[in-house]
Design a protein around this ligand. Structure first.
Ligand SMILES: Nc1nc2c(c(=O)[nH]1)N[C@H]1C(S)=C(S)[C@@H](COP(=O)(O)OP(=O)(O)OC[C@H]3O[C@@H](n4cnc5c(=O)[nH]c(N)nc54)[C@H](O)[C@@H]3O)O[C@H]1N2
Ligand SMILES: Nc1nc2c(c(=O)[nH]1)N[C@H]1C(S)=C(S)[C@@H](COP(=O)(O)OP(=O)(O)OC[C@H]3O[C@@H](n4cnc5c(=O)[nH]c(N)nc54)[C@H](O)[C@@H]3O)O[C@H]1N2
Ligand SMILES: [Mo]
Length: 757
């Protein structure tokens, strides 16, 4: 008995468990792929199989155990779906009609099957041959006054081989305009961390979780967004390791979890308490928490205890005195007010950190998506440095990345700010002069479209216009372009908000076989912990008219650069040749790539801080002073609430799997405002009523989303939450991290507007 009516009720059971098993069965059934999907699930993340297309968390390398993951299963089922978007589908629906449909409806139509071109006369997408599609792209790109008028987007499902070729193509064409999903995601890690420890990546590997003595989880929702991470967390808890979860929402899986792999727990309806300390932080209060913890360390050191790793600090770091001065200057009442928690709890967190000889701090979007996200990342790095938590077993910093290969894409060249050394190597290996001027990140790409200086947008995967900020303005900007190209597996909003000319180019998906003239090919992926592994699809492609993404990049290049110095045709067939070039351009990381990748579990890329080597200008790890306590610019409006836009349990970014969010007790609705009871009452509002949200900004633009239902939810005071991407119209393009440009999607200043009736 199911009803489509919205329902809200609190969820008090553990996360995971039978609910997760049932949800897996349900999604396989819904996509009509029970047998095919179940078979494919058996090769997911196994040697010789393909890498899960969902998150970037590594899988246990030492076991052959089937890693069960509900949300990995959803991603696979939606990719392996029986449903198809055909030329008849596009003939039936005009683009205007499709635009009126929900993101969920678009996703449920199934896999794209052949290349399509927009026909303005009829407002329909119509079939186009691959040759004509590439010719159109080449014509547009060659017609531009400058290569900087084109924006080349990458989403993080793109494999290393494809991303590498794309970065070569675009640089030979002449620009570094590489907006990518990382710009909206872990960019504060990529840009902030190198100043601290010399690398913009995490320093831990999966084995470190077995040796950690304390684990902090700041601003991420592992049970939903990195479910495979629950296994090491459960194991750590069973060993008695304290886990501190810092979050304005009491995410269910951070509190209690039943491992679907644990037969005894499943049979007995048992569960594991995940966090030993749940820190109900105010949105953006994390900087104050970190500073408070440091203050306690310094206070107790002053009282005679030896808590810091003085040898490490002396030998490996710079900037300690300045950091200490900043922390000493902070007053407890200010710290407590900014964090929104009690001093006693900050003291408990500090105690856990002090007692542990090996601490891992993991973090996600709750840290990065603020106006000072990069600095917040740097403050996490500072805290770890104080006790020498780098380059020893069980310790380090662990950004929990998003897309399965978002980290790898950056490693192999998707970078709008390439280093001169890398550009020199590219020139030496391929024989062309790459552009030196920095290109656009995601926000700058939209700004260029608004200004009219960008004319062409090519999207290698993803759903850029739906993922980026300021939906209304971004749609308008995208519609001014001469050409938009969506290289994709599924129909999405990005194909409907298009330029004068527009193409949809459908690709072979991660779980599917790639056959070329040289035989079966595989691609490679780098996970969140810098492990590079092969991914070999096992399923038949969804349609005979799909092309592998790598071939699409080669043929775009061939159609655009007739005098190219690069032998594009050879890379269409033999992916080992691409890997050989990656090895030439990145000898320190990738020497011997084609051989090393033959190891069943792949190999680990060198992370110098693991060896206590610091690739910073001064050769040291740097304590960086992060002034103040606010990670967002202050807003004077006393009615202001901070809005975090988050993911439900049933979505992958802009892909909506269903309208349910089981662990938050929400069914059949995504237009939700999660709000604290006192914040509701103090505004004279009531749970269950419909309200609007308006952004507080001083740029004269009115941003409003209507039709949100208030849910009485244990949010921290002054903090509210709702779903991404529905609330992206509220996020001003200019509201982003100052260092990295990452949109501050977790801290939008808003006011609730009561709606009459
Ligand atoms: N199934 C599934 N898996 C995914 C994705 C998906 O959409 N679906 N997306 C992938 C991608 S691209 C990414 S980047 C990751 C995202 O994974 P997460 O980082 O977990 O992403 P979010 O759901 O956006 O929110 C993170 C958490 O931050 C908390 N938060 C908000 N503001 C603050 C704050 O100020 N401080 C603190 N401490 N916490 C705060 C929110 O309450 C929420 O629990 O997941 C990846 N994996
Ligand atoms: N307000 C707000 N905005 C956010 C965020 C937030 O937390 N709040 N999070 C940000 C983050 S962390 C991210 S990473 C971005 C995500 O931004 P994107 O990566 O651009 O978005 P996705 O929704 O992951 O892209 C989904 C589309 O990718 C295509 N696709 C799927 N698999 C493949 C494949 O194998 N090949 C190709 N070529 N295409 C494929 C499908 O057509 C699908 O429709 O959004 C950001 N935007
Ligand atoms: Mo992400």
């Amino acid at each position: 008995m199911t009803s489509d009516r919205p329902r809200y009720k609190s969820y008090d059971s553990p996360a995971g468990g039978w609910g997760a098993a049932a949800a897996t069965a349900k999604v396989l059934l819904e996509q009509s792929v029970v047998t095919k999907g179940s078979r494919a699930l058996l090769s997911m993340n196994q040697p010789g199989g393909f890498k899960c297309p969902s998150c970037a968390f590594p899988d246990a390398t030492c076991t052959k155990k089937l890693e069960f993951c509900e949300n990995g299963a959803k991603a696979l089922a939606h990719e392996a779906t029986r449903f198809r978007v055909t030329r008849e589908f596009f003939a039936r629906h005009s683009v205007t009609e499709l635009m009126a449909q929900s993101d969920y409806w678009l996703e449920m139509q199934g896999r794209l099957t052949e290349p399509m071109r927009y026909d303005a006369a009829t407002d329909h997408y119509v079939p186009v041959s691959w040759d004509d599609a590439f010719a159109l792209i080449g014509d547009h790109l060659r017609a531009l006054d400058s290569p900087h008028q084109a924006e080349f987007y990458t989403s993080g499902r793109t494999a290393n081989e494809t991303a590498f070729l794309y970065s070569v193509f675009v640089r030979e064409y002449g620009t570094n305009n590489f907006p990518d999903c990382s710009n909206m995601c872990h960019e504060p890690t990529s840009r902030g961390l190198p100043h601290s420890i010399g690398v913009g990546k995490g320093t831990v590997v999966l084995d470190d979780f077995d040796r950690a003595e304390a684990i902090f989880l700041i601003g991420h929702n592992a049970g939903t967004n990195a479910p495979r991470m629950m296994t090491p967390l459960v194991e750590a808890r069973k060993r008695g390791v304290p886990i501190v979860a810092v979050n304005p929402m009491p995410e269910r899986a951070l509190i209690k979890f039943t491992e679907p792999q644990d037969i005894v727990q499943m049979a007995t309806f048992g569960s594991t308490d995940i966090s030993s300390e749940f820190v109900h932080i105010r949105i953006g209060g994390d900087l104050a928490l970190l500073k408070g913890m440091m203050k306690i360390l310094f206070e107790r050191e002053a009282a005679g205890e030896k808590l810091l790793d003085h040898d490490f600090i002396a030998e490996h770091t710079e900037g300690f005195a300045a950091l200490k001065a900043d922390i000493d200057a902070q007053a407890w009442p200010d710290l407590v007010a900014a964090a929104g928690i009690e001093e006693a709890q900050i003291r408990r967190c500090a105690e856990i950190y002090i007692r542990s000889n090996a601490t891992i701090i993991c973090y996600g979007m709750g840290v990065t998506q603020h106006q000072r996200g990069s600095e917040l990342v740097q403050q996490i790095a500072n805290l770890l440095l104080l006790k020498g938590n780098y380059g020893k077993p069980g310790a380090g910093i662990s950004p929990i990345r998003g897309h399965s290969n978002v980290q790898g894409d950056r490693t192999v060249g998707i970078d709008e700010k390439p280093t001169p050394a890398y550009l020199d190597r590219l020139r030496d290996v391929f024989g062309f002069d790459p552009p030196r001027m920095h290109g656009h990140h995601a926000v700058e790409a939209v700004e260029a479209m608004v200004a009219g200086t960008a004319r062409v947008f090519i999207g290698l995967g993803g759903n850029f216009v739906r993922a980026i900020s300021d939906t209304d303005r971004s749609y308008e900007a995208m519609r001014k372009l001469d050409l938009t190209v969506g290289i994709a597996t599924k129909l999405n909003r990005g194909h409907l908000v298009h330029g004068r000319d527009a193409l949809i180019l459908p690709v072979v998906a991660r779980s599917e076989r790639i056959e070329t003239a040289a035989g079966e090919q595989f691609v490679t992926i780098e996970d969140s912990m810098s492990n590079v592994t092969a991914s070999r699809g096992v399923l038949e492609p969804a349609s005979p008219d799909l092309l592998p993404e790598t071939e699409i990049v080669c043929r775009m290049a061939m159609a655009t650069l007739p005098g190219s110095k690069v032998d594009w045709a050879s890379y269409i067939d033999d992916y080992d040749l691409i890997r050989d070039k990656i090895a030439e351009v990145y000898p320190a990381l990738y020497a011997g790539f084609s051989d090393r990748i033959k190891a069943p579990m792949g190999f680990h890329l060198d992370i110098p801080p693991r060896r206590r080597v610091w690739a910073t200008p001064n050769g040291k790890a740097n304590f960086l002073v992060i002034p103040g306590l606010a990670v967002n610019a202050p807003v004077t409006d006393t009615d202001m609430l901070r809005l975090a836009t988050v993911r439900s349990h049933d979505q992958f970014n802009t892909t909506i799997y269903s309208y349910n969010d089981r662990y938050r007790g929400v069914y059949n609705d995504r237009m939700i405002l999660f709000m604290n009871a006192e914040d509701i009452a103090s505004r004279g509002l009531a749970a269950g009523t419909k309200v609007a949200l308006e952004t507080i900004s001083d740029d004269g633009v009115r941003r409003r989303v209507d039709g949100l239902t208030i849910i009485d939810y244990p949010m921290s005071r002054g903090s509210v939450a709702g779903y991404y991407p529905e609330l992206n119209p509220l996020l001003p393009l200019a509201h982003h991290d100052g260092i990295s440009g990452c949109p501050a999607a977790k801290s939008i200043p808003v006011r609730v507007v009561a709606v009459a009736g």
